[in-house]
Design a protein around this ligand. Sequence first.
Ligand SMILES: Nc1ncnc2c1ncn2[C@@H]1O[C@H](COP(=O)(O)OP(=O)(O)OP(=O)(O)O)[C@@H](O)[C@H]1O
Ligand SMILES: [Mg+2]
Length: 289
Amino acid sequence: MSTEYVEKLIKDIDVKNVVNGDVEVVNNSPLEIIGKGRQGAVFRYTDDICIKVYGNTEDCEREHYAMYLGQKSNMFPLLYAAGDNYIVMEIVKGVDLREYLQSQPLTETLSYKLIELLITFKEVGFERIDHHKRQIYIQPDGSLKVIDVGRTIWRNRVYPYPRKLLNSLGKENKAKFLSHLKLLAPELYEEWEYYMKMEALSREIYQVLLKKKSNKDAVSVLSKKVLLTHDEQEQISQLENLVRKVFKEEWVKTMLAKGYNPDKVMEAIDKHWERAEKRSLNSKDDNKD
Ligand SMILES: Nc1ncnc2c1ncn2[C@@H]1O[C@H](COP(=O)(O)OP(=O)(O)OP(=O)(O)O)[C@@H](O)[C@H]1O
Ligand SMILES: [Mg+2]
């Protein structure tokens, strides 16, 4: 495989990220597109090699790093080369788990392989031990391989159990997988069950809080009636009181720091406000005349 040739081909492919959607692709290269997602588009290079072209270099770098970690195991596509916005890798053959489970049952052997896969994720150093079933492929020889590992090493939210995998299995297969797990790895089952219970409880609490919304409306009406001051004159006088209070506190602090007696200072301030008030009343009366 010539990297130079790959680079030349990539120049004729434009991949742009789209908010909440799959990437937009303008392909002027002779390569056939075999799939796309939110992060990139995948092109067939040979029968066994494909090139994933990314919408941004950060996603490419992360997936490259995750794939590099995964090379210790045979559960990841072989990594051939990478550039700023592309990765050249093995084409994963077989059927993805979503497709497979449409017609085949989730056997104990398959559950065992899935647990093995999660253990491998941890062993190679991934932070996120989880994967959607459509990113897991069953090879013709029965072994598993995963694609799209970019989000395994970085995620703003990491669940302490493989939530995505379990939920993607659907209700029936999730129950089946958990019953297999209980037999094959009881301690792990207990740990995951604990987190699932916490999650279910959190969901229930959320519903309770949501129902209390009517109370929020009531508080809003009451606060308008009782707590809010609608009279402008009243607001001004309250503001004045507040300014005086703050001024007094700050002034006392300053004078205290300078060694004055705080009681004397407070007395002096009160007298000063009194005088100022009288002056202001007199001038109001003068203006009336
Ligand atoms: N190594 C591979 N071998 C075979 N097909 C692949 C390979 N990598 C990707 N594909 C195909 O291309 C599609 C898109 O790839 P991928 O899921 O890696 O893209 P993505 O943009 O990272 O997706 P997501 O939006 O889920 O992050 C896959 O669903 C699959 O059909
Ligand atoms: Mg991805």
